[in-house]
Design a protein around this ligand. Structure first.
Ligand code: FDP
Length: 304
């Protein structure tokens, strides 16, 4: 692609569709509906800091509409954008206890959409990056096509191709973990983090700590620069380790992305993408990022 060419997300999707001669346009339609939802959510999130000034706090906004928490708003936008297109047979969201059926009046399709409508939402008031994580499933998944980054250009309201064919560096210099939880980590994680802090320039140590506390933001930075994000299980009760992040709409979608970019995602013991979900809101430890760094972590963890 010549450097000067502007590639909107619509153009990119249509061009990708041409690689699949049997494509019906169904998947393309689904992605288009999702981009509309993403733009609407982006508009609302970007107004968040102005809430007090514009009188948008409280139960009602200036137009008398009910003001919703942004994660509930994002959830509703995605449901409404996706329920009628005829592409989906069911949805599930972090915000809903049960699966979300397609209303009877709308046609059903062959895809399943799983999403976390606004990950990192506890950071919104501090203007930290937040984002929607989603995955689309079909009974049989076929070809894989790499990772392409699009950035919303607010002046024209379009997502433009900004990062073509992203490859995560095979080894990073950054680690991202909530160190406040150090006392709850398993011994392997404790030793691994201590190892990263040792001074050994030959192996690129010490690493630098960068932890925003918003998975999408930490993941995005590490994807571009290389590094490792860790949310290990809490071992306060060693017989019942407790994970925090959700498999279906946090860990697995990002695991798919990182693998497509040449990285790895693991619980420490197994590949995230190999886990068969047994519950809708199942939680898993997530160690994700540059391949060599995740492999090193696994060696520490498995030696437990
Ligand atoms: P949040 O609760 O703000 O939605 O998935 C939840 C999440 O944020 C991730 O985005 C983030 O990486 C993690 O939790 C932060 O958790 P800690 O505050 O426990 O570090």
């Amino acid at each position: 692609m010549p450097k000067s060419t502007v590639v909107t997300i619509q153009r990119h999707i249509v061009e990708q569709e041409r690689h699949f001669p049997k494509a019906t346009g169904d998947f393309t339609g689904l992605l288009w509906d999702l981009t509309i939802a993403a733009k609407t959510i982006s508009r609302e999130v970007n107004k968040a800091g102005l809430a007090d000034i514009l009188g948008l706090t409280g139960e009602q906004n200036v137009s008398g509409d009910e003001v919703k928490k942004l994660d509930a708003y994002a959830n509703e936008r995605i449901c409404k954008a996706m329920d009628h297109g005829g592409h989906l047979c069911i949805m599930a969201s972090e915000e809903n206890e049960d699966v979300i059926p397609i209303p009877d009046e709308f046609p059903r399709g062959k895809y399943v959409l799983l999403f976390d409508p606004l990950d990192g939402s506890s950071n919104i008031d501090a203007n930290v990056s937040v984002g929607t994580i989603f995955s689309i499933h079909k009974r049989k998944t076929t070809g894989k096509e790499g990772v392409h980054g699009f950035t919303l250009d607010p002046s024209i309201g379009e997502f433009l191709l900004s990062h073509e064919n992203i490859k995560i560096p095979s080894k990073g210099k950054i680690y991202s973990i909530n160190e406040g939880n150090a006392n709850t980590w398993d011994e392997g994680t404790k030793k691994y983090i201590a190892y990263l802090k040792e001074n050994d320039p030959a192996t690129g140590r010490p690493f630098s700590l960068r932890y925003i506390g918003s998975l999408v933001a930490d993941f995005h930075r590490n994807l571009l620069y290389g590094g490792i994000f860790l949310y290990p299980a809490d071992y306060k009760d060693p017989k019942k380790p407790k994970a925090k992040l959700r498999l279906l709409y946090e860990a697995a979608p990002l695991a798919f992305v990182v693998e497509q970019a040449g990285g790895m995602a693991s619980t420490g013991k197994e590949r995230i993408m190999d886990i068969q979900a047994t519950e809708l809101h199942q939680k898993v430890p997530l160690i994700i990022g540059s391949k060599e760094d995740v492999l090193t972590y696994e060696r520490f963890f498995i030696h437990e």
